[in-house]
Ligand binder design. Structure first.
Ligand SMILES: *[C@@H]1O[C@H](CO)[C@@H](O)[C@H](O)[C@H]1NC(C)=O
Ligand SMILES: *[C@@H]1O[C@H](CO)[C@@H](O)[C@H](O)[C@H]1NC(C)=O
Length: 373
């Protein structure tokens, strides 16, 4: 940890690198698509997996995906882990091509490990139910310097029967640390089980954005909207494990007391819990949400806000991806702000499209670049 310790001060500067602009200086934003370019697909190098999200990871991109199977002769094998991770480069800004995702660890083990009460290692329980550790969004990087990356992920503990949730069992905080080892995945551990209890919002599990020295952490409310908390990046290397650094947006103001998720004043108007990403656009000097509307399609919507807590504009549809012929035709409309050049002039998007096969659904994730006017 020596070099990490040495650069702790730098982390505080870097983590505040998104410049705060007073909201009254920000224009209302109406994003308009100038052009779209089909790059190809995410080349999974022999893995069948869905719902991949990404984050900028030093000079690479870190991807986390959900259910993963090996593909043998183009067909999925009857074995599965609930999440896996990969790296990729940043796509070329000028030459459309498939984007290769490499997994130094190969098929399995689970990137965010299941906990001892979640029927590890596969999540499959003897009664036919299933625990999943499905990431909705990639880890939030709170420190990156000198070949060291410190990051956190908030993963809902979900117990399923089929695709129905039997029990919402809180949200666990995972820590992912990378210290420059070439061609290795970050080391991942449980920082705190049930960091958010079952009657609290799973802050950070739906979307995250760093701004002005805070990690803004969004989670779902029972009304299908987002609530937000913010954690001050004042801890060592952007540590997110102490509740003392957290504030919660309740009834239009920040407070240090975590609300119950049933508090009707925490839901942010014009937000949605469907998988989506939030980032800051330097082009628009605005926060941006991009996401979908869930099964069974790949419709992409955009919404903007002058501040992380809003007010968020109504979603507008800006792209419709093609669907497949598998059991769930398309879903997981995901944006990848970590893969842009920082100008905000364009964004990469992917979605999951399923194709029926004799051995179950095959997942394809098309990659499209959207340029804004
Ligand atoms: C939600 O979007 C609509 C349509 O743009 C807008 O009129 C309304 O003010 C928004 N709600 C909030 C609370 O911002
Ligand atoms: C599903 O789509 C794939 C790819 O387009 C095609 O090869 C296959 O024949 C289709 N299967 C069915 C049952 O329509």
């Amino acid at each position: 940890m020596d070099s990490l310790l040495h650069y702790a001060t730098v982390a505080l500067i870097l983590s505040g690198s998104v410049v705060a602009v007073p909201s009254n200086e920000r224009r209302a934003v109406t994003p308009v698509v100038a052009s779209t370019t089909r790059y190809g697909i995410l080349d999974m190098q022999g893995l069948n997996r869905d719902s991949c999200t990404s984050t900028a990871w030093y000079n690479n991109v870190l991807w986390v995906c959900r259910d993963t199977q090996p593909l043998v002769n183009g067909l999925p094998e009857n074995v599965l882990v609930v999440n896996t991770a990969s790296y990729s480069s940043i796509p070329s800004a000028t030459t459309p091509a498939n984007l290769v995702l490499t997994s130094p660890q190969g098929f399995g083990p689970t990137f965010f490990p299941l906990e001892s009460d979640e029927c590890p290692a596969s999540g499959l329980c003897s009664d036919g139910t299933r625990w999943v550790g499905w990431p909705n969004t990639a880890p939030i990087v709170t420190f990156a310097f000198d070949n060291n990356v410190n990051s956190y992920a908030f993963i809902p503990r979900q117990h399923l029967s089929g695709l129905s949730v039997i029990a919402d069992a809180g949200t666990t905080l995972y820590h992912a640390l990378w210290q420059g080892q070439v061609n290795t995945m970050p080391s991942v551990s449980v920082a705190q089980s049930q960091f958010w209890s079952a009657d609290q919002v799973g802050y950070g599990s739906t979307a995250t954005v760093i701004s002005n020295g805070f990690a803004y952490l969004y989670g779902p409310t029972p009304s299908g909207q987002l609530a937000v908390s913010k954690a001050a990046l004042t801890g060592f290397l952007g540590d997110l494990t102490s509740k003392s650094i957290y504030q919660y947006y309740v009834n239009g103001a920040w407070t240090t007391t975590a609300p119950s998720k049933s508090d009707s004043t925490i839901s942010l108007p014009n937000t949605s819990t469907v998988q989506g990403q939030i980032y800051f656009s330097t082009k628009w000097q605005s926060f941006v949400w991009i996401g979908g509307d869930g099964f069974p399609n790949a419709n992409f919507y955009i919404s903007t806000a002058p501040n992380p807590e809003g007010p968020w504009s109504a979603h507008t549809l800006f792209f419709q991806g093609e669907v497949g012929n598998g059991s769930l035709p398309a879903y997981s409309a995901v944006a990848h702000p970590g893969m842009t050049d920082g100008t905000g002039n364009y964004i990469f998007i992917t979605w999951t499209k399923t194709t029926a096969s004799s051995a179950g659904d095959i997942y394809t994730q098309p990659l499209v670049r959207v340029d804004w006017q």
